[in-house]
Design a protein around this ligand. Sequence first.
Ligand SMILES: NC(=O)C1=CN([C@@H]2O[C@H](COP(=O)(O)OP(=O)(O)OC[C@H]3O[C@@H](n4cnc5c(N)ncnc54)[C@H](OP(=O)(O)O)[C@@H]3O)[C@@H](O)[C@H]2O)C=CC1
Ligand SMILES: CC(=O)N[C@@H](CCC(=O)OP(=O)(O)O)C(=O)O
Length: 388
Amino acid sequence: MSATAFNSIFFNRAHSSNKDLIKQQNVKSRIKCSIKSGIETSQKNVRVGVLGASGYTGSEILRLLANHPHFGVALMTADRKAGQTISSVFPHLGTQNLPDLIAIKDADFSDVDAVFCCLPHGTTQEIIKGLPKHLKIVDLSADFRLRDVSEYEEWYGQPHRAPDLQKEAIYGLTEVLREEIKNARLVANPGCYPTSIQLPLVPLIKTNLIQTSNIIVDAKSGVSGAGRSAKENLLFTEVTEGMNSYGVTRHRHAPEIEQGLADAAGSKVTISFTPHLIPMSRGMQSTIYVEMAPGVKTEDLYHQLKLSYQDEEFVVLLENGVIPRTHSVKGSNYCLINVFPDRIPGRAIIISVIDNVVKGASGQALQNLNLIMGFPENLGLSYLPLFP
Ligand SMILES: NC(=O)C1=CN([C@@H]2O[C@H](COP(=O)(O)OP(=O)(O)OC[C@H]3O[C@@H](n4cnc5c(N)ncnc54)[C@H](OP(=O)(O)O)[C@@H]3O)[C@@H](O)[C@H]2O)C=CC1
Ligand SMILES: CC(=O)N[C@@H](CCC(=O)OP(=O)(O)O)C(=O)O
């Protein structure tokens, strides 16, 4: 289908009244956010802001948007790097015709349709609370992921600053909550560990193939998962040639994962979860140990996952026996999964890999904004991985 045909389908579907249609066409004609990516400026008919564009997830959104036929970057913010050009901060994006980085307080959102919010958790609630209500928002931070604000306060150690907005937020695990996301104004994009863990477990729990009482997750992340700001434990000397677990028994992603698994089970679920930092820049593996329901075999888990994801572009069950590797998802929006029999009867081992910055953050965020705006959800995302 041509991009022009997409445009007319999109505008007819998403904007039913003539008034809205004219408004959108005006927005389209005003667009100046040209991008030297082979996609014509005139086709970029949705104006997008990237808040936190000088960070890892913000820059990854910009990389993905370079190949998006409809989303043009109208505005980009930074904190310490406000006032700088994108090519000085990220030379790999310097070929793109992007606006300069500005402080959020100087941003004018009147001509912007949607924002990706790529800001640190804890500061995001206050910022989103102050944004104009016409904006569609995909928030990559953890600030709106936990439905229960008291649980947020317990795990994040500070009061929730936007409890009313929390009620409106839809959790953005795309393959699981697609229909809800389509109608959302504010999407709470999942954390990277929660994405890699829930994608394999939710279908197995929903179909009662595994016990929910004894789930153990051993997960590993590349260092970009911790963001771009300088921290002592992220120095090259601290990270290289070694690995370490962190957040043992108390990582803030545990309640997020348990919330999603409890929704699938219809009852409370508690997991053992230990994350590790390993010396690579991007990538994430979750190795998940589960106890199967009585009479269930590993092949049943495999077939159920195959069935659940048979129509999904980005969640892929590998061939029997093939081990998922982080190398095989680098730079892409894929989640690769496989299931193996444990030597202990009745138990299975599930391995799930993603790129933490793509499917674990910016890629899934783009999938979600595509859905909200009525576009095919894979637009801008059909990259093959960068193996090796
Ligand atoms: N990295 C990852 O793999 C994942 C990250 N996330 C979440 O996404 C969000 C962004 O992460 P990431 O890109 O890694 O983080 P970075 O630290 O790399 O980037 C943070 C961005 O926010 C800006 N910023 C920092 N403080 C403020 C402030 N007080 N007001 C306005 N802007 C501010 C920074 O600007 P400047 O650089 O100019 O100071 C920068 O642009 C976080 O909430 C993170 O937890 C979610 C999933 C995975
Ligand atoms: C390696 C590393 O430090 N990873 C981060 C998780 C990244 C992520 O998904 O973070 P949010 O929940 O903040 O969005 C961590 O463990 O806190």
